[in-house]
Design a binder for this molecule. Structure first.
Ligand SMILES: C[S@@+](CC[C@H](N)C(=O)[O-])C[C@H]1O[C@@H](n2cnc3c(N)ncnc32)[C@H](O)[C@@H]1O
Length: 260
């Protein structure tokens, strides 16, 4: 797959091209690993600059350097490795159709928006992607970006005002507040964002619409699950291959919105 110029084009599945270019400050030990899409790449990269980093940042860097999804995202011009999570879920569940109106909550740096823009054909003006993030996000072709806290007063109205016909066919949420290191606090914060996203989805989705949100292992909280089960024909939990197996992250997918 060709590299996305300035990240302005989106989409695509995991690549199968060869990789393994060495960067300064990295060493490869020549061990072969299968990457996303089945592509081979040279592993295992070790940090030459380890002494300059704390133990936890060393672990993070080491993991980034040896992650085939990180390499594939770079090679294929995606803004984040998270793009593959949505691509894999959509390959299986077909949420993003040409012409769909999509809201992407917690969109920065823009990997999911890239996938959504390509698959809905938003660049060609067929579909629509409206993205929001509390942090700034570089512009993307075919994506209307709102720089705002989704939970702030007026944010939902702002999104609705941008949507064609005031409604959406798909609401995506990959929102995650910065972690505090305190597991229970982090859990509460992420689930509060998922719940706010679900209430918004129930307000804005057209009948038949879909809602996909990041949640945490242990599943979706009772109140949120009840809301989704009442409002959608099917509710399931997913762990796409691109979601790290050592992460507590899960996704809840609700399809067949019954309408308000
Ligand atoms: C895991 S990242 C999203 C990655 C994105 N899906 C991608 O593919 O590039 C989570 C994002 O949620 C955003 N976020 C967290 N709380 C938010 C809030 N209250 N309103 C809007 N965005 C929020 C963060 O700023 C962060 O950019």
């Amino acid at each position: 797959m060709s590299k996305r110029a300035g990240g302005s084009k989106g989409g695509g599945k995991s690549g199968s091209q060869k990789s393994g270019s060495k960067k300064s400050g990295q060493k490869t030990s020549g061990q072969k690993t299968t990457g996303p899409g089945g592509g081979d790449r040279q592993m295992h990269v070790r940090l030459k600059t380890a002494r300059r980093h704390t133990a936890s940042s060393q672990r993070w860097l080491q993991r980034q350097l040896n992650d085939p999804y990180v390499a594939a995202a770079k090679r294929e011009g995606f803004r984040s490795r998270a793009a593959y999570k949505l691509a894999e879920i959509d390959d299986k569940h077909r949420l993003l159709k040409p012409g769909s109106r999509v809201v992407d909550l917690g969109a920065a740096p823009g990997g999911w928006s890239q996938i959504a823009a390509e698959r809905t054909q938003a660049v060609a003006g067929k579909g629509q992607v409206v993205a929001i993030d509390i942090n700034p996000m570089e512009p993307l072709h075919g994506v209307e970006v709102v720089h705002l806290d989704f939970t702030a007063e007026g944010a939902e109205d702002r999104l609705k005002a941008l949507l064609r016909g005031g409604g959406a066919d798909v609401v995506l949420s990959d929102m995650a507040a910065p972690t505090t290191g305190h597991t229970r606090t982090d859990h509460i914060r992420i689930m509060a964002l998922a719940e706010a996203a679900a209430y918004f989805a129930c307000d804005v989705l057209a009948p038949g619409g879909a809602f996909l949100s990041k949640v945490l292992q242990g599943g979706t909280e009772r109140e949120l699950l009840d809301l989704l089960k009442r409002s959608f024909a099917t509710v399931r939990h997913l762990k796409p291959p691109a979601s790290r197996s050592d992460s507590a992250e899960l996704y809840v997918l609700a399809t067949g919105f019954r309408g308000k």
